[in-house]
Design a protein around this ligand. Structure first.
Ligand code: NDP
Ligand code: GDR
Length: 341
């Protein structure tokens, strides 16, 4: 019989790709979205999955709401992707971030425990939990050192998943996912901000890009592949926690350089610190400026993941690496912007 999955946060980047994946595996998919005056289904429309998902209004701030949703939909698997996921905003809204990203996990796990403890559970943990990294590369056993209210909230959800596994035998897996990006990434995250700006600059719709710390390094993979890892975790005989990453890292600066290179523009860096600029090496026009408003009170300087365990136990490994990822994103933004003219 076809399996049933419930995805919280279905309107986000990963929710859209995971729905698409689960349909290829014959699942019935219930998608939890929170009520707003104008829900945003653009990602589900881009992947053409909106009509196939059975959409359910669910807010992870409300336990009763979750209980009713699971009673009605009777899922075999729950993927908890809902979160206040933007690190920068977590410094502005630390309490709300805690309510959604940390306590939200308790509400989802309690609903599972009450409705049916046999439901398999995936928790979207994050490489941000490694923060000020204690070892390089980071693996499942690396000690955590969160550097933001977001990362601290994720750490709570991570340990709670382990706690419910040990206390109530709930099949709970925590995927410690390193940054994963795509053309469906929210525009506020640095990769999509850059791919969109570079495409606009190339097409004459924007003059320059304003950016924060260009020296931060991330291990960037392709979201479409990372959701496969989420599903694989719930198909194992025993629950466990897994790092998913590419084991390569690159700076924000390199991301910008390669994005421009892909459009045929070569960037040269001039000056230092907040006065550094990126200029078009042919025309001398300023293309990149630093704006300190994008600096964070606590920064994660570098992340690099070791996915050995996922490869060994799940047979998962990344295929799209840095340069191809940048190109996929810039190309898609060029097409979007050209289409919207
Ligand atoms: P997005 O920010 O794109 O999506 C987050 C989703 O959570 C959205 O659907 C959002 O709804 C929903 N949401 C927020 N608050 C609530 C609430 N109170 N009740 C119900 N739903 C809510 O994130 P991603 O898809 O990129 O990431 C998915 C998960 O994985 C998140 O938990 C994120 O923290 C985590 N993660 C992401 C990584 C990445 O690189 N992308 C890496 C590691 C972890 P709405 O559309 O209404 O805002
Ligand atoms: P991150 O992603 O914080 O790693 O969290 P983000 O893309 O926001 O930042 C990555 C790095 O880029 C630097 N940066 C900027 N960031 C943004 N957003 N905007 C800028 O203008 C800018 N300039 C420089 C940041 O300082 C940072 O070092 C993402 C989210 O998806 C989390 O939910 C997830 O858990 C982690 O990835 C893994």
């Amino acid at each position: 019989m076809a399996k049933t999955a419930f995805i919280t946060g279905v309107t986000g980047q990963d929710g859209a790709y995971l729905s698409e994946l689960l349909f290829t595996k014959g699942y019935r998919v219930f998608g939890g979205y929170r009520r707003t005056s104008s829900p945003n289904f653009w990602r589900l429309d881009e992947l053409n999955v909106r009509n196939d998902i059975e959409l359910v209004e669910v807010d992870i701030l409300d336990t009763g709401n979750l209980i009713r949703a699971f009673e009605k939909t009777k899922p075999d698997e729950v993927y908890n992707l809902a979160a206040q996921s933007f690190v920068a905003v977590s410094f502005e809204k630390p309490v709300l971030t805690g309510e959604i990203t940390a306590i939200g996990v308790t509400r989802v796990l309690e609903a599972i425990r009450i409705v049916n403890p046999k439901i398999k559970f995936y928790q979207a943990s994050s490489s941000e939990m490694f923060g000020k990294v204690r070892e390089i590369p980071q693996r499942e056993s690396t000690p955590f050192y969160p550097r933001s209210p977001y990362a601290t909230a994720k750490l709570y959800g991570h340990w709670l998943t382990i706690n419910y596994r040990e206390s109530y035998s709930i099949f709970g897996c925590s995927g410690i996912l390193f940054n994963h990006e795509s053309p469906l990434r929210g525009i506020e995250f640095v990769t999509r901000k850059v791919s969109d700006a570079v495409a606009r600059i190339k097409l004459g719709r924007q003059d320059y890009l304003e950016i924060g710390n260009m020296d931060a390094k991330r291990d960037w993979g392709y979201a479409k592949e990372f959701v496969e890892g989420m599903w694989l975790m719930l198909q194992r005989p025993e629950p466990n926690d897994y790092v998913l990453a590419t084991n390569e890292n690159h700076s924000v600066r390199e991301f910008i350089e390669h994005a421009f290179t892909y459009t045929g523009i070569s960037v040269q860096w001039k000056g230092t610190g907040v006065n550094e600029t990126g200029v078009d090496s042919k025309s001398g026009k300023t293309l990149v400026k630093i704006n300190p408003k994008f600096f964070r009170p606590g920064e994660v300087d570098q992340l690099l993941g070791d996915y050995t365990l996922a490869k060994k136990e799940l047979g998962w490994e990344p295929r799209v690496m840095f340069k191809e990822l940048v190109e996929i994103m810039v190309q898609r933004d060029l097409e979007r912007i050209q289409r919207s003219s």
